[in-house]
Write a protein that binds this ligand. Structure first.
Ligand code: RIB
Ligand code: CA
Length: 312
């Protein structure tokens, strides 16, 4: 893959079991030039998510800079999701300690990188409460012109997974999501309805086992095995949310998508964090958001196995 076709990517995460697989997929994919990883609190507290991001990138032997970011959303506090990710954030799977984070804050690191970029050069992938991304771009909105696409794992057009109304990342910081939706940068929104198709089952875990013997693949498999099945998925397994956002960049042919108008509810009521996704043009909203709706799940898991097998 020539460097000319590799996408420079900034990835914002809150590892998090599914974030770990997303990081490994990004690091293993030649289509992606991962230039910065930023970390926020979310699935678990920031000290833990940061240590996990460093351990995950370290296990892959990656030298990508990792920056410490927001400990709390723009308003209020992060509520962790330890029921899914465990208190440690990786479902109890212990990885060797990673390296050190770079100095300074994630939002500043994002801005520093974008200031030196060409128009539309960077792709931003957000798989966490989008606080770091909003902080970076709300304080210097002109830098949005250096971003060609923002891919977010966030939201749902139907039922949420954090509240009946809202998906976890959107619910954690709806104001931050509103900032990103209002930038005028093309946004691709990977929702719960898409990620529910990326269902981890025992058969798919077994296929990972057969794919290779590296430490990252083994750790990925152990994390999948240790992640509890989701009641929302009928106990059949759990959705692999975050790697879907990376797979969109690596293998778009696995997806079917449409344009839709999307807004996010920022009130304090029971609908806080709900993403209003207008798939049928029923509102006056402009259908600017790319909304992946279908996933070739077998192709997705085959991609994940093939790529992670390339890692140490
Ligand atoms: O709702 C799923 C999302 O919230 C994923 O990004 C998961 O890691 C959590 O951050
Ligand atoms: Ca995440």
């Amino acid at each position: 893959m020539s460097s000319a076709t590799r996408r420079p990517v900034i990835l914002d995460c809150d590892p998090g079991t599914d974030d770990a697989h997303a990081l490994w997929l990004a690091l293993a994919s030649p289509e992606i030039d991962l230039r910065l990883v930023t970390v926020s609190g979310g699935n678990v507290g920031l000290d833990r998510t940061l240590a996990n991001a460093l351990a995950v990138t370290g296990l892959a032997g990656a030298c990508v800079p990792v920056a410490r970011g927001a400990e709390r959303p723009l308003l209020g506090r992060f509520r962790s999701e330890t029921a899914v990710h465990g208190d440690d954030g990786l479902a109890g799977v212990v990885l060797p300690r990673g390296g050190e984070a770079i100095g300074g804050l994630a939002a500043d690191a994002i801005r520093d990188l974008l200031r030196g970029a060409d128009p539309g050069e960077f792709t931003v992938v957000g798989i966490a409460p989008p606080t770091n991304l909003a902080l970076a771009l709300a304080t210097e909105p002109a830098l949005a012109a250096r971003i060609g696409e923002i891919v977010l794992m966030a939201g749902a057009w139907g039922e949420g997974n954090w509240t009946p109304a809202a998906e976890f990342n959107a619910a954690s910081d709806p104001e931050a999501l509103a900032v990103l939706l209002g930038l005028g940068v093309p946004v691709t929104l990977v929702t719960l309805e898409l990620t529910a198709q990326a269902l981890v089952t025992p058969a798919r875990i077994e296929a990972l086992r057969r794919a290779g013997g590296g430490a990252c693949l083994a750790a990925s498999r152990r994390i999948m095995e240790a992640t509890p099945p989701s009641r929302r998925m009928g106990g059949r397994g759990h959705a692999l949310h975050d790697p879907c956002a990376v797979a969109w960049l690596v293998a778009p042919e696995l997806f079917g998508a449409r344009k839709a108008a999307v807004s996010v509810e920022c009130g304090q009521g029971p609908g806080r964090g709900r993403t209003h996704v207008d798939r049928w043009g029923k509102t006056k909203g402009e259908a600017t958001v790319t909304l992946p709706e279908t996933l070739d799940a077998d192709g997705f898991f085959a991609l994940l196995a093939e790529r992670l097998a390339r890692l140490p």
